[in-house]
Design a protein around this ligand. Structure first.
Ligand code: H79
Length: 424
């Protein structure tokens, strides 16, 4: 079953919830899936596990001893929090979300409420969440924690581990009270400002249980945002399915579209089919044109290193952002129906045309004649472009040599303020 975020038609946000403005404006973030299973890269005990490697325990149905034995070898001496944070920064990401605890139940931070953490329970002996929080604070980038609130395959009463424990004898509230809530307490107490808690897959958790998580986060850090995968229509922003971009985003909550770089969130040695930079830049423009954030994943390996292919792509995105960031950060959804040559974003007094496929005619049509345009130019070069009023809209002339074959942005500066979304 695909992870869904519950019934989004019943949004039960508390009206005095945290401000989502920074999140709405951020537009690009770095997701990090890292855990003890990252050591295997999908190859374990003579078997190849193609696809999502963070599900290794469930997929292999290994015994508790065997899977949790991966802690005994977890010693990523190559982990450097500054390196990860600098890469995010260089790429133009405004926030980082890192797996503090995934479904396997292993804490990637120092916890007093489980024996299974990488600090006391592994040779590593360091607290990577602590190191990341310090590095992020230093670089001025926000840090959020992924915390699997329902599935916990290590705790006998955790959700989603029926192959290991008898469901009939389980009491989810025991897990919630003795592990999940106390660990969230640690994460919201010992790591400075927590930008968000990325709850995932509500499973068959109850509304009461979800409410308890929300109330607890609010009480500890009132500004911390909560993902909609807490379920039951709760949460401060909306997640869609993995790798899904909505056709139109209709909720008043901001949204986030999440993508892995290849076919796994956790590190895999079996899949080098990374999405190209072009593809990633198109996703970025597409998501922004719907008004949302693009959260792009990396899966560092068992030594704490982000795969070179991901590093290169993040750097390329950063170079594009340096030139074209004006058309992404702080923008809102396109006011136009879909256009064949690309996507559109806007802010007060500006419309940005993301030309993903420049037509051979070197002319693009915008279905609005109402724009009171002062200037049209290519962001990359500053080159002025011609704008002509034609039947039903505007025609913009493009040069033969577009500056960036992946996405060249045309900025139209006008005098009409912010245009009504989807009104044209
Ligand atoms: O953290 C990432 C995923 O591990 C997590 N959400 C994203 C952000 C996630 N939780 N649930 N799912 C994804 C759905 C996964 C379903 C399956 Fe499977 C896992 C299908 C294939 C692997 C079930 C278990 C069927 C095969 C193994």
């Amino acid at each position: 079953q695909a992870p869904e975020d519950g019934d989004v038609s019943i949004v039960q946000n508390d009206s005095d919830g945290p401000s989502v403005e920074w999140f709405r404006d951020a537009k690009f973030g770095m997701f990090v899936h890292w855990g003890v299973s990252s050591q295997t890269g999908g190859q374990w005990r003579g078997e190849n596990y193609y696809g999502i490697t963070e599900w290794l325990w469930r997929r292999s149905e290994a015994s508790r001893e065997d899977y949790l034995g991966l802690l005994d070898t977890f010693d990523p001496q190559g982990f450097d929090a500054d390196e990860w944070v600098s890469l995010a920064k260089e790429a133009g990401a405004k926030y980082i979300v890192v797996t503090a605890k995934h479904h396997d139940g292993v804490a990637m931070f120092d916890t007093d409420f489980s024996d299974y953490d990488v600090t006391d329970g592994a040779p590593f002996g360091r607290d990577p969440m602590k190191e990341l929080s310090i590095a992020a604070e230093k670089e001025g980038i926000r840090l959020g924690f992924y915390y699997s609130q329902f599935q916990d395959w290590e705790h006998p009463d955790g959700g989603g581990n029926e192959w290991e424990y008898d469901p009939a004898g389980k009491d989810f509230s025991v897990y919630q009270q003795e592990k999940a809530i106390p660990q969230l307490d640690e994460l919201l107490t010992n790591y400075g400002d927590v930008a968000l808690i990325w709850f995932d897959t509500p499973g068959d958790s109850t509304l009461e249980s979800a409410r308890q998580f929300v109330d607890f986060v609010r009480e500890r850090q009132p500004d911390t945002l909560i993902s909609s995968r807490i379920g039951h229509g709760l949460g401060d922003y909306q997640n869609y399915r993995d790798s899904e971009i909505p056709v139109v985003h209709e909720s008043s909550r901001p949204f986030e579209a999440i993508f892995p770089h290849n076919e796994s969130w956790g590190y895999t040695a079996l899949d080098t089919n990374f999405k190209s930079t072009t593809e990633l830049l198109h996703i970025l423009a597409d998501v922004a044109s719907k008004g949302g954030n693009f959260l792009l994943n990396v899966g560092p390996d068992g030594n704490g290193k982000i795969p070179e292919a991901s590093v290169n792509r993040f750097r390329e995105i950063g170079k594009w952002m340096d030139v074209n960031g004006e058309s992404i950060y702080g923008t809102s959804a396109s006011p136009f129906a879909p256009v064949p040559w690309g996507t559109v974003t806007q802010r007060d007094g500006a419309v940005y045309l993301h030309v993903l496929e420049a037509p051979a005619s070197r002319e693009i049509f915008l279905p609005s004649g109402d724009l009171n345009i002062r200037q049209a130019k290519l962001l990359a070069t500053g080159k002025r472009l011609s704008v002509t009023t034609v039947e039903g809209g505007l025609k913009i002339g493009l040069p033969d040599d577009m500056p960036d074959s992946r996405n060249s942005v045309v900025a139209l500066y006008h005098n009409d303020g912010l245009l009504d979304t989807a009104s044209i």
